[in-house]
Design a protein around this ligand. Structure first.
Ligand code: ATP
Length: 543
């Protein structure tokens, strides 16, 4: 990024931050006590914005789908969940201290050791000598019960996903769902980030919106359908098909999530994609794509969509000693038709894969896999194959995982507009407004009587407010000149203004009795709408 561009982007970010504070969108947490680094509060308009985003996600991900159900789990869960998931042992960032400025940094955020895929992550730092990188676990710890002891340690969840895996069996047993299906959840997550920064982008308390979409392993698809539909450029992924393998599902969810962003005003131009390279992928993941947003401070992750294999449910199966699996009637029936030879071919292939995977994992630790490890992995795979032939498998998972606060920030950055315009005296002034998609705008309609000292206008405007407020978040405003009132609502992104004037009362032009002026935020265009049609007119423009 050139220096001038960098400067402009910093200035842009400052304007957004200042607008958010001034208009009650985002405040620093505990500000009266000097704030707390990495924690943010949402003011009246921010709370509405977040609620709209949350509702849009929930509606798209579950209400509008037959194959996804919701969950609302606790923040503190049994600590073994985090042992099984790997978070206790490996949910760490590498941290370095600067011996000169005493700053503490994430090693991959410092120029020189930054990730080449995401160079914008580099932060300016003094050139002081750094300590060796050392792991720092990001989970916040607490104690459950009155005794502060090792046995009572618990964690604030660092992600919402694990609750979904832990409740997978309960949801399966209590709901009429069959693989492929998903469970989604929205909720708070906590990470003791080493360097929270870029406003709300990297916070220590934030909200996630996650879906675990459970699919059949490719081997089950092959047994049932004979062949697994594989991804190739141009493949039709608009509607799920029964013979899809994991790659098709993964691509499908990347597209679905992109469509969701478009539906709330983030166009494809705002977005980018980072496909993780084999080196970046977690050992259990088959693929992972980050959907990135072009923030003023750099192109950064908004959402990760990972194909996680059966890692999570397998881990929980091992830890609780009970298969977190699915019985698939169709698979059982299809497997019963396989010849012994066909079964043997599949088994041989899977055992070879198990051996190779064990060797590769050991090689990552720069050692050779022992015979015991290989025998153990093969025995486990043999059991897996035998259970598969009986119709049982642990489902694989595609996980679209998004951050609500990051999304709110992206929406704010995309919406922020400045335009130079002339006032009626020809004086140039800057018009600032938020170009929110009506679906997510915190306030949908401004309602204005033309004059506040005309009781008939005020009474009519109040009537309009009462008529609309149960369906649409409205803001009634009778103070200041009408132009000022428009500008105030434009600045917080209210998409429509409704003005009640003398024509509404039938004065001047009797044919305009009971009509109002509807003004559109972005173009300033005005139209005359009969009161009897107003509600439907506005509702139609909210989608
Ligand atoms: P990053 O690389 O930015 O630290 P991550 O890859 O660790 O993120 P995930 O664990 O995949 O993130 O979490 C899923 C989503 O949760 C992210 O895409 C992001 O939107 C959100 N998220 C993660 N960490 C934070 C945070 N500290 N503050 C705000 N949102 C976050």
């Amino acid at each position: 990024m050139s220096q001038a561009k960098d400067h402009n982007n910093t200035a842009l970010m400052e304007k957004i931050v200042s607008l958010c504070k001034r208009r009650g969108i985002i405040f620093q947490s505990s500000e009266i006590y000097g704030g707390l680094n990495g924690f943010w509060d949402y003011g009246p308009l921010g709370a509405e914005l977040k609620r709209n985003l949350r509702d849009a996600w929930w509606r798209t991900m579950t209400r509008e789908r037959e194959d996804v159900v919701g969950l609302d789990a606790t923040i503190i869960m049994h600590p073994s969940i985090w042992k099984a998931s790997g978070h206790v042992d490996t949910f760490c960032d590498m941290m370095v201290d600067c011996k000169t400025c005493k700053g503490r940094f994430r090693a991959d955020h410092i120029g020189g050791i930054s990730c080449p895929q995401k160079p914008s992550k580099c932060v300016a730092d003094c050139a002081g000598e750094k300590t060796e990188p050392r792991p720092f676990n990001l989970m916040f710890q607490t104690y459950v019960g009155p005794i502060i002891s090792e046995e009572n340690v618990a964690y604030l969840r660092p992600e919402t996903a694990q609750a979904i895996f832990a409740q997978y069996k309960n949801v399966l047993d209590s709901s009429r769902v069959k693989v492929p299906f998903g469970i989604c959840q929205i909720g708070k997550a906590f990470r003791n980030e080493i360097t929270p920064r870029n406003y709300t982008f990297r916070s220590r308390e934030f909200e996630q919106m996650e879906l675990e979409f459970f699919i059949k392993p490719d081997e089950a698809i092959e047994i049932i359908h004979g062949v697994v539909a594989q991804w190739s450029e141009g493949a039709d992924i608009s509607e799920p098909r029964a013979n899809w393998g994991w790659e098709m599902w993964h691509r499908y969810w990347v597209e679905e999530r992109t469509r969701f962003y478009e539906s709330i005003g983030l166009t494809r131009d705002h977005l980018d994609y980072h496909w993780q390279t084999p080196d970046e992928l977690a050992h259990y993941a088959r693929a992972c794509v980050d959907i990135l947003f072009k923030f003023p401070f750099g192109t950064e992750e908004l959402e990760g969509i990972a194909a996680r294999g059966d890692f999570d449910l397998s881990q929980h199966s091992d830890f609780v000693g009970k298969y977190q699996d699915f019985f698939d009637e169709e698979l059982k029936a299809a497997a019963a038709k396989l010849t012994d030879e066909e079964k043997q071919v599949l088994m041989t292939k899977k055992l070879a894969e198990a051996e190779e995977k064990t060797r590769k994992l050991a090689a990552k630790d720069q050692r050779e896999a022992s015979e015991d490890e290989i025998t153990g992995a093969k025995a486990k795979m043999q059991t897996w194959c035998e259970r598969l032939f009986k119709g049982f498998y642990i489902p694989h998972v595609i996980e679209p995982s998004a951050g609500l606060d990051r999304l709110a920030l992206a929406i704010l950055c995309a919406a922020f507009q400045e335009e130079e315009k002339e006032d009626i005296n020809g004086k140039k002034e800057m018009r600032t407004y938020l170009r929110f998609h009506p679906r997510v705008a915190p306030t949908k309609i401004g309602i204005y009587p033309l004059l506040k000292n005309k009781p008939e206008l005020v009474a009519k405007a109040r009537e309009v407010y009462r008529m609309l407020k149960s369906d649409l978040n409205c803001f009634y405003d009778e103070t200041a000149a009408i132009g000022r009132r428009y500008a105030r609502q434009d600045e917080v992104g209210t998409p429509f203004g409704v003005t009640i004037d003398f024509e509404t009362l039938g004065e001047n032009a009797p044919e305009l009795l009971d009509t109002v002026t509807v003004r559109e935020r972005d173009s300033g265009a005005q139209s005359r709408v009969p009161l009897s049609e107003l509600r439907a007119f506005l509702l139609a423009r909210m989608q």
